[in-house]
Design a binder for this molecule. Structure first.
Ligand code: IPE
Ligand code: IPE
Ligand code: MG
Ligand code: MG
Ligand code: MG
Length: 325
């Protein structure tokens, strides 16, 4: 089937299944915010990667749909808590849960989503369910460790590119890797195929976070559905800031600092920062790094026997590299 049609069909399937989870459930203070999240969209990249990975090694959608929903539910939970941790008011073009309701609601909605993720994953019947549960659970702890590092780095200077790479692998790369790995297991992949898909997911996940860091400053709120410049206001360590502080001149760093030490960044400040990043080669370096990671991801895909879903994984990777939201 044509790539676009196939991806649209899978996205619709995922969305339809998410819609069944909260229907007629009480209390509404728990299920209304969950429903609100399911209705607010999202790219669904983790479940799509899981399904395509399963099919790429010969598995079928019906064998991996519950696991695919589970990774999306887990991801949705991390977003709700991440927005509280990052003090963000907008997600997927809508008010964040802690803003629309309150922090207690956001904490509990997150708790409910993790539980729902496990409940959904446990519907999976496969001989290797133990291995799947281990990958999912270990992955979640790694993600929490990454989020802890992300917060710790806010108060630290001198973060190296190695520190940064470790942190983004943990907070973002790991769940993408786990999605591909679980898809591979459910498709009865050989050990070699499983490693290939895991490595593919890891490299794609790293590229995905660096792209996310770039969009924080290059995109527009109406397109991205998230606030622009939020990373700078929160003093996050991103690929851009790590590269800039290592390579910028003293005067560029002074100009930059004068812009970012504010509660809210005005559009003029954002433009100044974009210009400085251009001057220091920071944007070019980020793009190159993303390209290298995508090439590495695709190289690992060559480790599996070609079929249509493998080809779709490749196209999806290129689409994610070029994404604007
Ligand atoms: C956002 O993930 C959090 C990161 C890991 C960068 P996505 O960009 O996949 O968020 P949605 O699901 O599409 O909203
Ligand atoms: C997100 O990193 C990682 C997780 C949600 C686990 P970010 O904080 O950069 O994600 P966004 O930009 O808010 O989506
Ligand atoms: Mg965030
Ligand atoms: Mg964050
Ligand atoms: Mg971000």
């Amino acid at each position: 089937m044509d790539y676009t049609k196939r991806m649209d069909a899978l996205r619709s399937q995922i969305d339809r299944d998410l819609q069944t989870l909260c229907r007629d459930k009480e209390p509404s203070s728990l299920y209304e915010p969950m429903q609100y999240l399911f209705d607010s969209g999202g790219k669904r990249i983790r479940p799509l990667l899981l399904i395509l990975s399963c099919e790429a090694v010969g598995g079928a959608v019906r064998d991996c749909l519950d696991a695919a929903l589970a990774v999306e539910l887990l991801h949705t939970f991390t977003l709700v808590h991440d927005d509280m941790m990052d003090h963000d008011d907008l997600r997927r073009g809508h008010e964040t849960v802690h803003r629309k309701w309150d922090e207690a609601t956001a904490i509990l909605t997150g708790d409910g989503l993790v539980t729902l993720a496990y409940q959904t994953l446990l519907k999976t019947t496969h001989l290797q369910i133990q291995e799947i549960l281990k990958s999912f659970t270990d992955g979640l702890l790694v993600l929490c460790e990454g989020q802890a590092m992300d917060k710790e780095f806010e108060d630290r200077s001198g973060i190296s590119l190695d520190d940064y790479n470790r942190m983004i692998y943990q907070k973002t790369g790991k769940l993408i890797e786990v999605s591909c790995e679980i898809g591979a297991i459910l498709g009865d992949a050989s050990a070699k195929e499983k490693t290939a898909l895991k490595e593919f997911g890891k490299n794609l996940g790293l590229a995905f976070q660096i792209q996310d860091d770039m969009l924080d400053i290059l995109s527009h709120e109406s397109v991205l559905g998230k606030p622009i410049g939020s990373d700078l206001v929160e003093n996050k360590k991103t690929y851009l800031t790590v590269h800039f502080y290592t390579n910028g001149s003293a005067s560029q760093i002074d100009r930059f600092n004068a812009c970012i030490h504010k509660k809210v960044l005005e559009p003029e400040d954002i433009q100044v920062i974009r210009d400085i990043y251009e001057e220091t080669g920071t944007l070019e370096s980020s793009r190159q790094c993303i390209q290298n990671l995508i090439s590495e991801a695709l190289r690992h895909l060559e480790g599996i026997k070609p079929n249509e879903s493998g080809e779709h994984l490749k196209q999806f990777s290129l689409q994610l590299r070029d994404r604007v939201s």
